[in-house]
Design a protein around this ligand. Structure first.
Ligand code: IMP
Length: 202
């Protein structure tokens, strides 16, 4: 991360001293975040969001497909009125590094005008995808735009961005599971694991 990029503003989610567990899956080097750890942290995030948005009827916008598991678990722990919508964008294709090009594959069904939007993302890497989406929703007249990301990779951000809710700050490794894929595979693993680099090495 270059020094002229401001720090992210979000309630601190320190880089965990992850107690990496051996993986039950042969394509992973380890399990980084277990099912129980995901569940506990997402419950806390839901409580934080419910407290902050109690009377705002927020519109949660899930970024397909990676945020699907996070979205279904998180929103069930947000105890206030809310609505849901989805957006699909592509920035990765089947490669493991961001192209920096964001393309809308599926747009929203509901207008965001005057709505308090919370974008739900699986992982924030360069930040290009979320930067694009936040700007896009502001441009469509949202009353406010917040970002909730399950994972934040440490030190890989290329653009300044305000992030209000972070589940876990993780080391810079390529991770899969709980919605995150490599070449569309591994999304259904119930935990987050580190993919063996040999599987995506050029
Ligand atoms: P960004 O625009 O670089 O922040 O990339 C965000 C998108 O890249 C995420 O929504 C993921 O689809 C993908 N991505 C970034 N890092 C990983 C990873 O470690 N595993 C799987 N997908 C990733």
């Amino acid at each position: 991360m270059s020094s002229d990029i401001p720090q992210f503003t979000h309630p601190s989610a320190p880089v965990e001293a992850f107690d990496e567990k051996p993986s039950p899956h042969g394509d992973l080097t380890s399990v980084l975040i277990t099912e129980d750890e995901l569940k506990a942290r997402i419950l806390q995030m839901g409580a934080d969001i419910a407290r902050d948005y109690a009377d705002k009827n927020p519109l949660f916008i899930g970024v397909l497909k990676g945020a699907v598991y996070f979205m279904t678990d998180l929103t069930r722990s947000v105890d206030c009125p809310l609505t849901l919508d989805f957006m699909a964008v592509s920035s990765y294709g089947d490669a493991h590094k961001s192209s920096g090009v964001v393309r809308i594959i599926k747009d929203l069904n509901e207008p965001v005008t005057d709505r308090h939007v919370i974008i739900l993302e699986d992982i924030l890497d360069t930040g290009l995808t979320l930067k694009y989406l936040a700007r896009n929703f502001h441009g469509r007249g949202a009353a406010s735009v917040a970002i909730a990301t399950l994972l934040l990779k440490e030190g890989t951000q290329a653009v300044p961005l305000d992030v209000q809710y972070v589940g876990f700050t993780i080391p810079d490794a390529f991770v899969v599971g709980y919605g995150l894929d490599y070449a569309q595979q591994y999304r259904n693993l119930p935990y987050i694991g580190v993919l063996k680099p040999a599987l995506y090495a050029e």
